[in-house]
Structures are given as C-alpha cells and as structure tokens.
Design a protein around this ligand. Sequence first.
Ligand code: DSN
Length: 423
Amino acid sequence: MHQPPIPHIDSADPQIAGLIHDEARRQAQKMRLIPSENYVSLAVLEACGTVLTNKYSEGYAGRRYYEGQQFVDPIESIAVQRAKALFGADHANVQPYSGSPANMAVYLAFAQPGDTIMGMALPMGGHLTHGAGVSVSGKWFNAVQYGVRHDTGRIDLDEVRDLALRERPKVIFAGGTAIPRTIDFPAFAAIAAEADAVLVADMAHIAGLIAGGAHPSPVGHAHVITSTTHKTLRGPRGAMILTDAEHAKAIDRAVFPGLQGGPHNHTTAGIAVALKEAAHPSFRTYAAQVVANAAALASALTERGFDLVSGGTDNHLLLVDLTSKGIGGKPAANALDRAGIELNFNTVPFDQRRPLDPSGIRLGTPAITTRGLTEQHMPQLAAWIDDAITAAAKDDDTTLDNIAGEIRDLLTPYPIPGWSPQP
Ligand code: DSN
C-alpha cells in the first residue's frame, strides 16, 4: 500500500489509482538498474503532492508577476540557498522544468541560431541536447561533436581540443548519459579557456555523486553547470542550473522570461527537501556505496566474460557491449525485463547497429543502493544477468520467470519508500 496512502485517487479515479498501485508494485519487485532513475524519499514524495501545484509564480523571489507569493518565495529561496551551499556555487536557478529545458536555457543565454556549439556525440555517450542532429540543439546550431578513443573507450580530450580550437564553439558541453568514467573538468576548462568558449558541465547523471564527494566537482572549472534533480541526486523530476557570478544574470533571463513561464512550485519544494537530504552526512555514505556497488558489479560481469566499455567504471554506470555474447542490446534488455531486471538497451561507441537495435546495454546502481543492496549482492546480480542473457538466446522463458521470482524474494527485505505489500 502507499505511504502516504492515496485514498482520494482510489475513490475518485480507481482506474488511475490502480495503475499507480501497479507501478509501485512493479518498482518494488524489480531490480531497477536504469542509471538515471532512483527512489525518492517519502518526504520528497509528499512535497511534490501538495497545494503548491495550485500556484503561479512567474518571475523570481521578490520579483514576481503574480500576487500571493508569501510562502512560495521563501520555498524557492531556500531551494536556491541549499543548492548553492551543497555544491559551493555562486548562483543557482531551480526553475528549469527538466534537463533538456535547462540545456536550452544555456543556448538561449550564450549562443544565437547558426552559431557553433560543441558536445559529446549521442552514440558516444552524450545527450540529445548536446548537439544531436534530431534535437533542436543540432537543428538550430552548427553542432560539432566529439567522442571517445577507440583504444580506451574514454573521452578523447585531444579531439576535444583540436575541434574546439578549429571550430571555435560558443559553448562546450562536458557530460552525457553513458559515460562510465570520471569526467576531467579541469582539462575541459583549460580547453574552453583556450577556445574562448563558455564551458557547461552537464552533471545530471553524477550530481548526487558530486554532492556526496564521490566524483570531482565541476564548480570552479565550468562557468555553468546544468543538472537534473532526479538521478543520483535523488530528488523529484526537475532541474537546476548553477553558475559563477559572471554568468548568473544571463541564465536567469534565459530561463524566465526567455524559455519558461511559471515554475512548478511543488517540484521546487521537492528539490529543496532533496537538497537538504543530500547535505546530510548519510548521503556521503550513499554516494560512496553507489560507486562501490557499480565497481563490484563491473568486476563480477567482467569475470563472466562481459565486455565493458572502457573496461570498467568509476561512477554509478556501466556500459556493456554484448557483441561477443551474440545478442543485441534490445532483445537482451527485453529478456532481462521479463527476468525482473530493468535496464536500457544502448548504443556503444562506434556501434555498427542502429540506435533502436544497438549492441549494448546501460545499467547502474543508484536505485538498488537506495534500497540497501551492497557489494555482497553484486555477484548474484551478475549471475542473474548472465543466466537471463543465455536464456534469452534460447527463448527459455521459464528460466527468465524463475529469475524474476528469485529477485522478488531477494528484494522483499529491502522495501521502497512509497509502497509496501499489503500485510
Ligand atoms: N534520459 C536521461 C537518461 O536516461 O540518461 C538523460 O536525459
């Protein structure tokens, strides 16, 4: 049942309530390994389900275009102060609706349509909004894309420098969605300084690791830092932008009125609560455990003959090339889902297959670490992944269903915040 319960949805809209209960049960029973997902606390859940959703607040605290901001202003100000304190940034804007709008605000602030911008190519581990051709960032700008080295699977900083000095982008993005290794922010900063570009660190995936001291911070290196708030940071679906003092005003103007209307105040409250939780000493333990679990899972998978891009991981995320296992990423991910293991099919660098049917899978440890799993569980998890992939190749659904049952049993003593089975 839900904690807090949802009796009003149960009676007003049983159809939707039923689906919410089903999704909660699914989240409880699955080994959730999508590296951009997590479980928020009950306090964050509560904050997001409040009357704050009733209120419009276009503008910023003390400078709104709507009356009645007596309580919303302090909520947003507290969120801003907590973001600045947690990351040591000069300035924070907590209004972007999510990561993509946050990155659009960066372009609006520092580039004109047709200008050159630079980011990591999506098939190499970047993000859609870092210049991919199908995204507005690739359609409206001259997007230059860098990748990883063939021999190491790590970001090719020589290529980044060569491209930056040749193409002179207005904006350089450092960060992405499938980067298993530490991002060298000082090296990016040196290149951006040489090329006279605004350096933007997109720390969405690793924000919680940075807050918890488990990954070096881009603060002091990047002029602007964008982040979602719902991945390793373990807040609600939302985003924020941190800046140095020089770039603060341009970002604020770009977010509002440049790109958005009223901020989502219920989300802002959820972000504030999550930032308070992330400042607690226990969050450092969590961040370190996320990384320790990922390292243990990487070792266990490598022992079973899996081919990890870059040979391992430094953070929360693993990218596995399944070519040597003779199965594509998509059929593997489908079979794993049936086996109770939820992850992404994903391109790997230099992939010969199509994005909708790529060679790899992407997985990570933020959500299972929130539930309390530790290194001791990782060899068994690797064994289930291995067995499920072998079973998939033989269309052996019985084995997949058996694994799903074993996973449900293993997870029962590790409840999720927000739902527990009926007694
Ligand atoms: N969709 C996010 C991810 O899964 O990495 C990035 O925006």
